[in-house]
Design a protein around this ligand. Structure first.
Ligand code: WTA
Length: 659
């Protein structure tokens, strides 16, 4: 089998030589019991009580798992709890009021620390304000904020009153915001005036105004004043200033609403195989238990730690491992605004040094950038506080893995390469750093209780080293329960392909290709569907294509990823026009780029637009994407005789050559 990124066509699966975690780490690890895999298997599904035990429940659950209606599994049924209570209040009760909950590092060197007590006050006051604006239990509140403390505060305030939040990444466009608010029928929005991007004040509120114009329903909007005088703004109708609201409700407290374990905690839109983003539904009990458990077992987080995940809260990684997991455990979570190279390329190491960070979790694309910039940047700082390093979001090959361990982890820190998805809610594949040896280039085995299998088209397990589809055979607590758009779509997207309902067999399909070795270690190779992963961000090729074909004069478009394996994936757009435009027409190119930025955001901007009189098609008229991908990657094209228009290949290659 070959996938979109060219894996399986003559490329080998790279893993480096195994490395063991140091004794000093193992001795203090939260999970160091080698029998943990066997125990989870023997006790399954009751093994998951260990995860639930990390939480405080208002009412104990009756059953760990109810699986009578697959693939709609229900976890910790009958149990009741509140996520904000678990992430905030209970730590106050445990005498940790003055312990830092959030340490925030702003773009321009601003710093703020919220103790658990401060967080409690902020969350309560904002929860009271939201209620006053009319937010009721189960109303979806959209949050469109950059990496400022008000983002986790707003999320927790929603959780407190049982209103699911839907966080939209601040860099997405106004169209993307409007689509998501419309799909979720969301009548409440928390946003800001603007924020700093690359040193400049950027107007976020302008995007919000456009989105609101596009919506048919009214939206109550809370605006955080991030930029003050730098970007003056006037509040209009149905708009409230965040700080005024906090003042108005100063000292207010709101009882946390006791939620059923299966009640929705949040919605997170992500790219799927269709042009429409999918609203992934996560629940209160199973999700929170699973993120707390993996923060404890994989990221080895302890309450006394300072823990830092450098992701953006606008994506699932930040939800699970900046906000809910670490705060449920009562640790100090660091969040930073900005980029790793501003004001200089040692920004992250300066933050690690100053905050004495114990555990650091980032993306492979960042590690590759660090490697490129050179070891002098980490060397400028004292990184000896670090105990564990992690990566997430993309495959990491052995060279950057080793560099990370050597130059950031001083050759000592274990590195966990964690595989998971928006839909899985929490980490499913990784080594347990206190138990397993690490193999650079392989994420690791399925975690205890997680039944990971790499299978072929017929559903048979592939031999070690062979490439197949990455699937999960048993349910897990943090799994998405459905898609906001409907149960049918959920069943179709993830379960249909490899399940056999008549035989009572259900298998989740991740959309990824992978190989597995003799020890059960999985190397994830990339997507097999119409999703491309650009610097750890998921984009749908169809979504980009539809933004391109909206441009007047464009006839057809095909978008593929170009990935060399060592640098970030680039977006290639092949475009055929309706005549009138010459290949390489700059005005059309610009309109295409603008349209993509308007429809999705700058993260989806094509790196290369290739004009061609026609796209290569099969005799039945299907666009040959595989071939376009090979052309972008400069790979051997093999036999093109099955094409209806084989002559086009040379023209496309020539067009790329001219660029
Ligand atoms: C990819 C991010 C290789 C994969 C948490 C998956 C990875 C998609 C890894 C999910 C990893 C994530 N190794 N690939 N350790 N982690 N991926 O939903 O293709 O934004 O399907 O969730 O990222 O992206 P998402």
């Amino acid at each position: 089998m070959a996938n979109r990124n060219g894996w399986g066509r003559g490329r080998s699966v790279p893993t480096g030589s195994p490395q063991v975690p140091p004794d000093s780490f193992v001795e203090q690890a939260n999970v160091a019991d080698e029998d943990v895999y066997a125990t989870f298997d023997e006790e399954w599904p009751a093994c998951w009580e260990r995860a639930a035990d990390l939480l405080s429940w208002d009412r104990p659950y009756d059953a760990v798992l109810e699986d009578d209606d697959p693939p709609f599994y229900r976890w910790f049924t009958g149990g009741r709890l509140n996520a904000a209570y678990n992430c905030v209040d209970r730590h106050l009760e445990a005498g940790r009021k003055t312990h830092a909950a959030i340490r925030w590092e702003g773009k321009h060197g601003e710093r703020e620390t919220y103790t658990y007590r401060d967080l409690y006050v902020a969350v309560n006051e904002f929860a009271a304000a939201l209620r006053d604006l009319g937010v009721e239990e189960d109303d979806v509140v959209t949050i469109y904020l950059p990496m400022i403390p008000e983002l986790p505060i707003a999320m927790l305030a929603c959780a407190r009153i049982g209103a699911p939040h839907s966080v939209v990444f601040a860099g997405l466009s106004s169209d993307a915001l409007a689509t998501r608010m419309d799909a979720a029928d969301s009548e409440y929005l928390v946003t800001c005036d603007g924020y700093y991007r690359r040193g400049d004040a950027f107007n976020q509120k302008g995007k919000v105004d456009n989105a609101r114009l596009a919506l048919e329903h009214e939206v109550e909007t809370v605006v955080v004043d991030r930029l003050g005088d730098e970007l003056p703004h006037v509040l209009g109708e149905r708009e409230w200033d965040y700080h005024d609201l906090r003042e108005e409700f100063a000292g207010a407290t709101v009882d946390p609403v006791s939620r059923d374990a299966e009640d929705m905690l949040f919605l997170m839109y992500t790219s799927g195989t269709t042009g429409e983003p999918k609203g992934v539904v996560h629940t209160t009990g199973g999700y929170l238990a699973h993120v707390a458990w993996t923060s404890h077992a994989v990221l080895d987080v302890e309450p006394e730690d300072t823990y830092w995940c450098s992701a953006d809260i606008g994506w699932i990684t930040g939800h699970s491992y900046i906000v809910y997991g670490p705060l449920a455990l009562g640790t100090t979570t660091v969040m930073y605004e900005g980029t790793p190279d501003y004001p200089d390329r040692d920004r992250l190491w300066e933050i690690v040094d100053r905050n004495a960070v114990d555990v650091f979790y980032t993306a492979p694309t960042a590690v590759r950038a660090f490697m490129k910039w050179g070891e002098e940047y980490p060397e400028r700082h004292d990184l000896s506080s670090l105990r564990l390093l992690g990566t997430v979001g993309e495959p990491i090959s052995p060279r950057p893995w080793n560099w990370y361990r050597e130059h950031v982890g001083d050759g000592e820190c274990p590195v966990v390469d964690t595989w998971w998805q928006t839909e899985t809610g929490a980490i499913l594949i990784s080594t347990l750093p206190g138990v397993d040896e690490m193999k650079p280039g392989a994420a690791g085995p399925g975690l205890p209780g997680i039944d990971v299998q790499v299978i072929d088209e017929r559903g048979e397990a592939v031999d070690p080293g062979q490439i197949g589809y990455l699937t999960v055979g048993r349910p897990w607590p943090g799994m998405a329960r459905t898609l906001y758009g409907g149960d049918d779509q959920y069943r179709e997207e993830y379960w249909k392909r490899f399940s056999d309902p008549d035989a009572g067999e259900w298998r989740y399909f991740s959309g990824d290709a992978a190989a597995i070795d003799e020890d059960g270690y999985v190397t994830v190779l990339g997507r097999v569907d119409d999703v491309i992963n650009v610097s750890g961000r998921r984009l749908s090729t169809m979504e980009i294509e539809s933004a391109i074909t909206d441009v007047e004069g464009v006839a057809e478009a095909a978008v593929v990823g170009r990935s060399s394996g060592t640098t970030a994936t680039e977006i290639y757009a092949y475009v055929s026009t309706e005549g009138g435009f010459g290949p390489g027409d700059d005005a059309v190119r610009e309109t295409i780029v603008d349209n993509v930025e308007t429809a999705i955001g700058p993260i989806a901007t094509p790196d290369t637009v290739v004009f061609t009189p026609e796209l290569p098609k099969t005799r039945s008229g299907k666009i040959m994407r595989r071939l376009l991908e090979d052309i972008a990657n400069g790979d051997d094209l093999g036999d093109t005789s099955a094409l209806r228009n084989p002559e086009i290949v040379g023209e496309i290659q020539a067009a790329i050559g001219e660029d």
